[in-house]
Design a protein around this ligand. Structure first.
Ligand SMILES: [Zn+2]
Length: 215
């Protein structure tokens, strides 16, 4: 789920986590990615070149991916967009902490486009077999999806639920309106990104989360 950013530190973190489960990067057969942002998607693209696993992404991300895979969006344009929308505080923060520019080569297309309501079997042939349901949750990005695990009463929420900065509506590289979905599938526990560990009952305010350095 969400391979992370294509950085050496991210790869090492993932490898370490897999080792704790007695596995390694070559054992990963598929990445289910919640959205197009580079800190969730690009590591999946890079690892796929090396290990050949499949990558799945919400179909609604296609227009954004069409743009990102061809061009490197100008930082100046992005900055002007934010200022026009009144996000001066965010611009100041970005100026203080510059990050590497996007690399178009890290935005290849996924193997599978995920549609709202898709049933995804994981762990086929093992006692841990589960059927996840993909639910389209546009807002943070146009094609954001979350993956619900009804049997495990767990929701892999990506950046749809961000305990500290929700709601987080993003700017899209491709034109078009985005809308936010406020309802979530029935799940008892929620596993958002940007926290090391966060369990929250659906329908209640997320609380007691441990902030992490993951992004
Ligand atoms: Zn994001």
């Amino acid at each position: 789920m969400d391979a992370g950013w294509a950085l050496a530190e991210s790869r090492e973190t993932l490898a370490t986590a897999l080792a704790a489960l007695g596995a390694g990067l070559p054992d990963v057969r598929r990445f289910l990615v919640t959205h197009i942002h580079r800190d969730h998607y690009t590591q999946a693209v890079v690892l796929r070149r090396e290990f050949g696993m499949r990558v799945a992404l919400g179909r609604g991300e296609r227009p954004g991916l069409d743009v990102l895979s061809r061009t490197r969006p100008g930082r100046r344009h992005h900055r002007e967009q934010l200022l026009r929308l009144g996000a001066r505080e965010i611009v100041r923060e970005l100026d203080r902490r510059p990050t590497p520019s996007d690399d178009p080569s890290e935005y290849e297309y996924p193997d599978d486009w995920v549609d709202d309501g898709a049933q995804i079997v994981v762990g086929e042939g093992s006692p841990d077999r589960r059927v996840l349901e993909a639910v389209a949750t546009p807002g943070h990005t146009r094609g954001h999806v979350v993956y619900a695990d009804p049997a495990g009463e767990l929701l892999f929420a990506g950046d749809h639920v961000l305990p500290r900065i929700t709601p987080s509506l993003g700017l899209e590289p491709a034109p078009g309106a985005s809308r936010s979905r406020t309802s979530s599938p029935r799940s008892s526990s929620c596993a958002p990104a940007r926290t090391r560990c966060c369990w929250a009952r659906t329908g209640r305010r997320v609380c007691g989360c441990t902030s992490g350095s993951t992004s």
